[in-house]
Design a binder for this molecule. Structure first.
Ligand code: ZN
Length: 179
């Protein structure tokens, strides 16, 4: 994974794009949760599931099918969205969930991500992997290596996300001025 600090950032960004959707707070909470949920698959290690299995780490829980499924279920049955809000809610939740797998695909360690499980069990990385993979375990994390990881994520995720968000604010302001 990238670190648990960085994964939720895309959720904060995509939620800015929903306007009058009901239960905005809950939607944001679920979006953040879903950016972290895919790594619950590490439980599998304790159950004897191998990393490279379809249910292994960076497997099904990091796939497009999983992201769609869980987003639909939460939007429909937890947030009780209907009509256009169901559609918008699923998109926000889906983008949040899949952003986790996308970030993992840019890290420089571990196995790749099974985006197309269950149809194709191949593990993928993006052609360039600039994000330092996060060390597993808190002790390793609180080290110089942890700092390096955070710095690589700051450059590659935090700052670009802030720029997207700021340009959105500027765009909105300009639009308001026009109208
Ligand atoms: Zn992950």
């Amino acid at each position: 994974m990238a670190t648990i600090i960085t994964h939720p950032i895309p959720a904060l960004v995509v939620n800015q794009f929903t306007k009058d959707i009901p239960s905005k707070r809950s939607l944001l909470m679920y979006s953040i949760l879903l950016t972290i949920l895919p790594d619950a698959d590490v439980i599998g290690f304790g159950l004897g599931i191998q990393y490279e299995d379809m249910l292994g780490h960076r497997g099904f829980s990091h796939s497009i099918v999983f992201a769609l499924l869980v987003s639909f279920l939460i939007a429909k049955f937890r947030l009780k969205y209907t009509g256009k809000y169901l559609y918008q809610g699923v998109i926000v939740l889906f983008l949040s969930t899949i952003s986790h797998g996308i970030l993992d695909g840019f890290t420089n360690g571990g196995l790749g991500v099974g985006y197309f499980i269950p149809f194709d069990s191949t593990r993928y990385f993006f052609p360039f992997t600039p994000i330092e993979v996060s060390p597993i375990g808190i002790r390793n994390f609180l080290s110089m290596r942890g700092l390096e990881v955070l710095w690589s994520e700051a450059k590659l995720v935090w700052i670009p996300s802030m720029l997207i968000f700021l340009s959105y604010l500027v765009f909105k302001k300009l639009q308001k001025r026009k109208g």
